[in-house]
Design a binder for this molecule. Structure first.
Ligand code: ZN
Ligand code: ZN
Length: 217
């Protein structure tokens, strides 16, 4: 059976934390636990799911603040995933929160267990999710594609939003890289692909081709 998902907007910046899960095996991968650990854990409990890994689309503070709390609440070790090129952001969390005027009790983040590369596969209940490295919003930003025939899904982080794209004025952001990522790696995905962005409402590839000014070169 195909994977299901639940989107939880969390924290001051309403980062979309995504639980992607297999309703049969009850395995879940948690994307971007940005904040509100309790809320995320309660949803997992309600779904009777067990987290098998935590994947970060990138290391901006609004996508990572609940990671440590969630792994501490779990009796088994949960591996953490991030692209190598966002390591510098992972390591300077307190600089990030300070520059947004959001002083935080959390000063450092736990150790990453697996550094993601383009094309790496993440499995959930036997289903495969492909890592697509899409630098631009940050150097290590990634999208995750579930190539499910009837119902393909893209978890896009802050690379693509409904009608827009992520900002490129933060640490290591690069507008021309982001445009290349969209045109070389995202625009060619199936039109019916559902996009779950890092913030705001969901959309589809075909919808963005019609209305998103950044999908036109
Ligand atoms: Zn971001
Ligand atoms: Zn964000």
């Amino acid at each position: 059976m195909s994977l299901l998902y639940e989107v939880l907007p969390v924290g001051d910046l309403q980062c979309n934390s995504v639980i992607l899960y297999d309703p049969d095996s009850k395995e879940a991968v948690l994307f971007d636990p940005g904040d509100e650990a309790e809320n995320i854990l309660n949803s997992l409990k309600r779904l009777s799911c067990k987290i098998i890994s935590i994947v970060h689309t990138h290391a901006h503070f609004d996508h990572v603040m609940a990671t440590e709390k969630i792994i501490k609440e779990n009796s088994e070790k949960i591996p953490l995933y991030l692209h190598q090129e966002d390591k510098f952001l992972w390591e300077k969390l307190s600089d990030q929160t300070a520059s947004f005027g959001m002083p935080s009790d959390i000063k450092t983040l736990p150790q990453i267990d697996k550094w993601l590369k383009d094309d790496d596969i993440i499995t959930i209940g036997g289903e495969k999710i492909k890592t697509i490295h899409t630098p631009g919003h940050s150097p290590g930003s990634c999208c995750f594609f579930y190539d499910n025939k009837d119902n393909p899904i893209l978890i896009s982080g802050d690379t693509v939003f409904y009608g827009s794209i992520g900002r490129t004025d933060l640490w290591g952001g690069d507008m021309s890289q982001l445009m290349n990522s969209i045109h070389d790696k995202i625009i060619g995905l199936p039109d019916e692909t559902k996009i779950i962005p890092g913030h705001g409402p969901s959309t589809t590839i075909s919808e963005e081709k019609k209305h998103n000014p950044f999908f036109v070169r």
